[in-house]
Design a protein around this ligand. Sequence first.
Ligand code: SAM
Ligand code: DTB
Ligand code: SF4
Length: 323
Amino acid sequence: MTQTTITELRWDVDTVSELFATPFSDLLFRAQQIHRLHFDPTEVQLSTLLSVKTGGCPEDCAYCPQAARHNSGVASEDLLPLVEVLQTARAAKDRGATRFCMGAAWRSPKDRDLDKVIEMVRGVRALGLETCVTLGMLKQAQARRLHDAGLDYYNHNLDTSPSFYGHIISTRQYQDRLQTLEYVREAGIRVCCGGIVGMGESRHDRAALIAQLAALDPHPESVPINNLVQVEGTPLYGTARIDELEFVRTIAAARITMPTARVRLSAGRETMSDTLQALCFLAGANSIFYGDRLLTTGNPQVESDQSLFERLGIKPQTAGAIG
Ligand code: SAM
Ligand code: DTB
Ligand code: SF4
């Protein structure tokens, strides 16, 4: 099979499952080939996260420390003031991030909340950073307003497979997520959509998640692959951790099925060795969350990431590029 036909394949759960079952070295070789067709393999895109509205969320996502019903110790806070958001964004830019992602612990934003988020998007963009927000479910008109404000990316994850989904969240449906993604795409905003592994799902579920993501047409521009951050007080605390090589396989499957997407090695890096992260980059990851915090949990220190880049010969993507 030529490389061109590989990139044109459509994927279903069975064909993605076959990828997962491929010998590890063959899988990584194939992921590398595809990666190198579309990207400079030494370049990684850096996104910094900020929780602009933390805690007190009405949803019941079993992994999430921000759900009001879980006793995780995360308190409910108000929306951050604009100046504080811009200060953090400026600092992220100074450290080399090119994208700034603002997250809110909402089921969906109220219109008056959106007014304030739009101010944040405008301000962060004016600093010369790409903007991304994740605010929960959107109405069509809200997606259009965000687009008109100049928002570059909207993050809304499918999280897991359709069949495992009910074990993790009961307060919103898979279809609701697909609907929001459709509004975002229709409005002309780039899509950031991925999921979480290590929640006790099977390999079949991981393949089904990847197949769902790859069925989005066009593919998401960014695909965050999160390894569950286990937070005490959440229902998933204590879940058996995913095998490291299986995590790498998931990254490779995302790379192969969505050749031109930024595949982001996302939450969970704090507990990963440098060697495991290097394997993820080899499998086609070319983006990370960069900065000492994710939303409410920790992330590797900037200095330790910079030393990792140096040891791996990785260069951060420079500002201004879209991808
Ligand atoms: N409330 C909005 C929503 O759920 O759409 C936006 C914020 S929510 C925290 C964004 C995403 O973070 C979730 O969809 C989930 O994929 C990820 N996430 C949350 N808690 C996590 C955890 N403990 N480990 C890994 N990923 C997590
Ligand atoms: C995504 O896929 N992962 C990020 C971002 N999109 C919003 C969130 C990770 C959250 C990890 C747990 C926390 O820090 O609260
Ligand atoms: Fe709320 Fe989002 Fe956390 Fe679910 S993932 S509980 S919607 S903040």
